[in-house]
Design a protein around this ligand. Structure first.
Ligand code: RET
Length: 250
């Protein structure tokens, strides 16, 4: 087994252990709140299968002298929208009530659309020749920037207006975590095999594996523990989710 592969198996084990811990933590949530845990669990389970494909080189191909890992982008194009949906399930509460419904649905669609576009244009940056590659890279970074701006402005304001101070505080904690972790992806890409080749293929795979486990397992656990402590504080009635209860009692 080559040394990059060690990190791919590490990623698989990290996602499986993470899934187990997330499943156990989800059982501590009330039924009305368990959807937060199950979104997180679906993300780590999908990633586990993606790491299995990566570790067994399913979908890898050689292109311009480098190895392209298709399974990585296939994973990201599915799981990054799910991560954002998990975040928006905290930040845009009572989405099914009529208040600002169109605005909220529009925001959700814009953020998810930009995210899918970010991953797909990032993949085009891998396939394009070296002159055009950085154009696609810049386009993908532009989409990332737009997502970040929407999360820190529009969604933040709505979470405060519709969810109240406590919901907005949890939303902001999750948003900071997500932004800080996600920002390393374009950096690793730039330094790695697809960009300047400053770091080795093994280091690139190691960094992505550590980032993926942090972005998925870490984010899931932070969400679940945030909901648990909000629930202790708010004491929602039965039938009412913690976020909805906090929003209606601000
Ligand atoms: C690429 C390269 C092109 C520029 C940008 C990128 C951003 C990728 C991101 C990926 C996030 C992945 C996550 C995976 C979870 O496990 C495609 C690397 C901006 C932000 C969170």
């Amino acid at each position: 087994m080559d040394s990059a592969n060690v990190w791919l198996w590490f990623g698989l084990i990290g996602m499986l252990v993470g899934s187990f811990v997330i499943f156990v933590m989800t059982q501590l949530l009330r039924k009305e709140d368990q959807h937060h845990g199950y979104v997180a669990l679906s993300i780590t389970l999908i990633a586990a299968t993606a790491y299995y494909a990566l570790a067994t080189h399913l979908g890898d191909f050689s292109f311009n002298g480098k190895t392209v890992q298709v399974a990585r982008y296939a994973d990201w194009v599915i799981t990054t929208p799910l991560l954002l949906l998990g975040l928006l399930a905290v930040g845009l509460p009572t989405v099914l009530k009529l208040k600002n419904l169109n605005y909220r649905l529009g925001l959700i669609l814009a953020i998810l659309g930009l995210d899918i576009y970010m991953i797909l244009t990032g993949f085009l940056a891998v396939l394009a020749n070296s002159n055009n590659s950085y154009v696609w890279y810049a386009v993908s970074c532009g989409a990332f920037l737009a997502i970040t701006l929407l999360l820190f402005s529009e969604v933040r304001n709505l979470s405060l207006h519709n969810g109240g101070k406590k919901v907005a505080a949890l939303y902001m904690r999750l948003t900071y975590f997500l932004t800080v972790v996600w920002i390393f992806y374009p950096v690793v890409w730039f330094l790695g095999n697809d960009g300047t080749s400053t770091i080795s293929y093994t280091t690139e795979n190691a960094l992505y594996a550590i980032l993926d486990v942090t972005a998925k397992v870490g984010f899931g656990l932070l969400t679940i523990s945030g909901i648990l402590s909000l629930q202790r504080d708010i004491k929602p009635a039965s039938g009412e989710s913690t976020i909805d209860a906090a929003a209606s009692r601000q």
